[in-house]
Design a protein around this ligand. Structure first.
Ligand SMILES: [Zn+2]
Length: 183
């Protein structure tokens, strides 16, 4: 089932999300629906708050970001904690399914180590770099109530304020299903 994606301005996108247990009701359906929703919106990642759930769950599907798709990952991250971010800072133009038509350069560390549970609740601690790290950092921000535009300068955010307001009112053309807080 394709779920509506929450737009900027929705309070759920500002919640610090909670850990879940393997008995979380409907978890496997939710994960399947999130993959379907992400695919329909042509996203490379999606976090639970974007579909209205304030839980520490996100998915990443990065193969098509790479020239060699084998370098990408398609994974579920549950109860994740980024343990460290390291190596050089680098800039990359990010976008977000919750903020359609806004793309801006964001600076982040090139490498991360993250501890998480997979969909079978097996624990992993893994290192990621480059675009995989980038997508994980972006999705991880979502479960902490942070949006990529929070990383921009106050000046840039001020310039974009009107657009954010329009998006929250549904005044944006978008080809996937969304739910706007001010409509
Ligand atoms: Zn996003």
């Amino acid at each position: 089932m394709i779920l509506p994606i929450r737009a900027i301005g929705d309070p759920i996108l500002r919640k610090k999300c909670l850990d879940i247990g393997s008995d979380y009701p409907g978890l496997s359906d939710l994960i399947a629906n999130m993959f379907q929703t992400m695919k329909a919106a042509r996203g490379v990642g999606l976090a639970a708050p974007q579909v209205g759930k304030d839980i520490r769950l996100f998915i990443v599907d990065s193969p098509r970001m790479y020239e060699d798709p084998a370098l990408g990952i398609r994974k579920v991250f549950i109860n994740a904690r980024i343990e460290s971010e390291f190596d050089e800072r680098w800039s990359y133009e990010e976008g977000c399914l919750s903020i359609p038509d806004v793309r801006e350069d964001v600076e982040r560390n090139k490498k991360i180590r993250i501890r998480f549970l997979d969909e079978k609740f097996m624990e992993h601690s893994e290192e990621y770099d480059d675009l995989n790290a980038r997508v994980i950092q972006h999705e991880y921000d979502h479960i902490e109530g942070i949006l990529f535009v929070d990383h921009l300068s106050a000046f840039k955010r001020q310039l974009l304020k009107g657009r954010f307001n329009n998006i929250s009112k549904g005044k944006v053309s978008v080809e996937y299903k969304m739910k706007f807080p001010k409509t």
